[in-house]
Design a protein around this ligand. Structure first.
Ligand code: ADP
Length: 267
């Protein structure tokens, strides 16, 4: 697990702020406080972190957490290299040493031992003990921990404990309002404003069905996918089916009902 390193200094990727999240991020960074991003998938959290890292000219290590991800994956491990055993830092350790931003995407997915590692890093000690090497690292001044999670997945085993949650400043992300989502989808896909407005209206209707037929509303990411296919010449209904309907549910009856809604909105 190397994480995904982006060097700061490159032009910031496009990000349209929904509210005051850029100011909160900058203030968290200035005060050396960790930040938690809450919200559904595909609503811009990862893009936001990449944008802010570039704005602050800070290297960024992004780790997509999964249920097998352990503390050792973040901290590092001894590896055999050419007959020798050498210590290799994980992405969290590298970020701590270099004063980078470490972004743990979907942190609740990770194994429980990850929370133990995060605690001394998220209070004023800002230390990372590495049991295997006996080191206790003091985080470099620029180090910042950012984590995201989706409170929408109501799984009791997969919620963030208050003892962990209350160590972070938090920002909530939601599906954007049309006036905000339309320029994002236009910019990302190159599709014209009229057709983007139709897709965004449809997305709003589909989001209204969350909890009835659908577990989760359609994400901005999926709207961007549909718009990209249409801008590339695909028929509108086919693109919507592939990008905004099929990914939402495996139930054939529900999908048929959703396609009726598509015809009502798009024609
Ligand atoms: P998350 O990390 O919340 O799952 P992403 O950051 O990967 O979601 O967002 C998915 C896509 O949606 C991005 O690649 C981008 O195209 C688009 N997007 C969503 N919100 C924004 C925004 N506010 N500004 C720019 N792009 C956005």
């Amino acid at each position: 697990m190397d994480g995904n390193l982006n060097l700061g200094g490159a032009p910031a990727p496009f990000y349209l702020a929904q509210g005051d999240e850029c100011e909160v991020f900058a203030a968290a960074d200035a005060n050396r406080l960790p930040l938690l991003l809450k919200g559904p998938t595909g609503c811009g959290k990862t893009r936001f972190v990449a944008h802010m890292a570039a704005q602050l000219a800070r290297p960024l290590y992004t780790v997509a957490c999964h249920d097998d991800l352990s503390a050792a994956d973040l901290i590092g491990r001894y590896l055999l290299k050419g007959g020798e055993t050498v210590w290799v830092d994980g992405p969290l350790t590298r970020a701590v040493r270099e004063g980078a931003i470490c972004y743990l995407d979907e942190v609740v997915e990770a194994r429980k031992d990850v929370a133990v590692v995060l605690h001394p890093l998220t209070d004023d000690r800002r230390i990372l003990p590495i049991d295997r090497t006996g080191e206790e690292l003091q985080a470099a001044p620029g180090f910042m921990l950012v984590a995201s999670y989706n409170p929408g997945y109501q799984n009791i085993l997969k919620t963030l404990k208050p003892s962990t949650r209350q160590r972070f400043l938090s920002v909530e992300f939601t599906f954007p309002k049309p006036a905000h989502e339309i320029p994002v989808v236009m910019r990302e896909s190159g599709l014209d404003p009229d057709r983007v407005a139709l897709l965004v209206r449809l997305a709003g209707k589909l989001r209204g069905l969350k909890g009835q037929d659908l577990e989760e509303g359609v994400s901005t990411r999926l709207v961007v996918y549909a718009a990209t296919l249409i801008a590339g010449g695909m028929d509108m209904n086919r693109a919507i089916r592939a990008a905004m309907i099929e990914p939402l549910t495996d139930d054939a009856d529900t999908r048929r009902g959703l396609m009726d809604l598509v015809v009502a909105v798009v024609g």
